[in-house]
Design a protein around this ligand. Structure first.
Ligand code: NAD
Ligand code: MG
Length: 385
């Protein structure tokens, strides 16, 4: 049995990971579950999957979990220290990185240091700490299998040892405002932005998908995962989300990955890789597809995408600053403190004030992240609606 640690177990990716576990009885052993504030769901998950350890990172939720837990054998830890300690004490074969945001960086680095293979959904970790992740991975030899649907698609289209790769075609649905006029975007409400046309996901990534910052983060993620430079990563708007991404080779062949918009497919592939296994999930019915469309992205209407490309090219600490600022911007938008188009404006304002430096350590990265968040808060105070 493959022993799993699932970080972010209560979220969209975490719960779908457990559905994949359910689909393969006897194949996975859930050893460790970690969640932040939803202690009720963590309790239910602990009862069902009987892990050796549960970590509740939010202090008040940890206290409630402790009160309600009736299993004396279950080890219950709190905070990020708890996550790190649990990874050290409870051996696993794979960690599913499904926390949202920069909170995923430290446990990802820890897992790699310990030589634990990663099924990585948490793209913010690669955007922000890509250089540290690469170093830790090279040192231990642990593998990173992407869970993000586009990157899973690319991973499946890049044949081992394949040469002559021309470019990556990273597909994007275009989000809920693809066909809107730019001036209407200034009036977008959180409720409107939280309605993604094709995917059901956590709140932060759903807003990122509406600004196209998500695609920008994915461009940087692809650069780190596949070592392909920014001139050879092309974003392609494909509203149907049937093709999850493609790879073009020098001979003109294009390999694509198609499937339903169901995250359980890339999650399962990461969990069972290098094997491919059948599952009972619904399959793509081509007779029901009206057509597949493709467009170039509108960089003017969605400045976050252009900004992410520029920041990715700058490299060093610039993507970490972009990521920290974006997390604050998204939270402020969801709290109706700033407008939708203030999100890219805020991120740009913070990035422009930053002089990129090499990231020397995790502590240094956290310092840069804090700086970006403080600057972003300053913008929020000045632009509060
Ligand atoms: P979500 O908001 O549904 O879940 C986030 C999880 O992280 C929850 O379990 C929560 O308890 C935990 N968490 C939140 N803040 C935390 C903190 N400060 N410390 C520790 N844990 C914390 O998010 P999601 O949609 O499942 O996305 C998770 C990650 O996967 C993100 O990085 C996202 O970009 C990536 N991703 C998600 C999807 C998707 O379809 N949902 C697709 C591709 C990539
Ligand atoms: Mg994606």
């Amino acid at each position: 049995m493959k022993r799993l640690a699932i970080l972010g177990a209560t979220g969209s990716i975490g719960t779908q990971t457990l559905q994949v576990v359910d689909a393969f009885p006897g194949r996975f052993d859930v050893v460790l579950l970690a969640g932040h504030s939803n202690w009720q769901l963590l309790l239910k998950q602990a009862e069902k999957y009987q892990p050796a350890c549960v970590v509740v990172t939010e202090p008040a939720a940890f206290a409630r979990f402790q009160q309600e837990n009736t299993d004396p054998k279950l080890v219950v830890l709190s905070g990020m220290e708890g996550v790190l300690k649990a990874l050290e004490q409870f051996p696993v074969d794979m960690m599913v990185g499904a926390m949202s945001g920069a909170a995923g960086i430290e446990p990802t680095l820890k897992a790699l240091e310990l030589g634990i293979d990663l099924a990585l959904a948490n793209k913010e970790t690669l955007v922000s700490g890509g250089s540290l992740v690469r170093k830790a991975q090279q040192k231990s030899g642990a593998k990173i299998i992407p869970v993000d649907s586009e990157h899973s698609a690319i991973f499946q289209c890049i044949e081992p040892g394949s040469s002559c790769l021309n470019k990556i075609l990273l597909t994007a649905s275009g989000g809920p405002f693809r066909t809107w006029e730019k001036k209407a975007l200034y009036q977008v409400t959180p409720q409107q932005a939280l309605k993604h046309p094709n995917w059901s996901m956590g709140r932060k990534i759903t807003i990122d998908s509406a600004t196209l910052m998500n695609k920008g983060l994915e461009v940087i993620e692809a650069n780190w995962l596949f070592d392909v430079d920014y001139d050879h990563i092309q974003v392609l708007v494909h509203p149907q989300s049937v093709i999850h991404s493609m790879v073009e080779y020098g001979d003109g062949s294009v390999l694509a990955h198609l499937g339903r918009a169901d995250m359980r497919i890339p999650i399962q592939y990461a969990l069972t890789w290098p094997e491919r296994q059948g599952n009972p999930f619904p399959k793509l019915d081509f007779t029901q597809l009206a057509g597949l469309e493709f467009y170039a992205p509108d960089f003017e209407k969605f400045p976050a995408l252009a900004l992410a490309y520029a920041v990715g090219r700058t490299g060093k600490s610039a993507p970490a600053v972009l990521n920290g600022a974006n997390e604050v911007a998204v939270a402020a938008f969801l709290q109706e403190q700033i407008g939708f188009m203030d999100i890219p404006a805020l991120v740009q304002w913070v990035v422009e004030q930053h002089i990129p430096v090499e990231i020397e350590s995790f502590a240094h990265l956290m310092e840069l992240d804090r700086w970006a968040r403080q600057k972003a808060q300053q913008f929020v105070q000045q632009h509060r609606q």
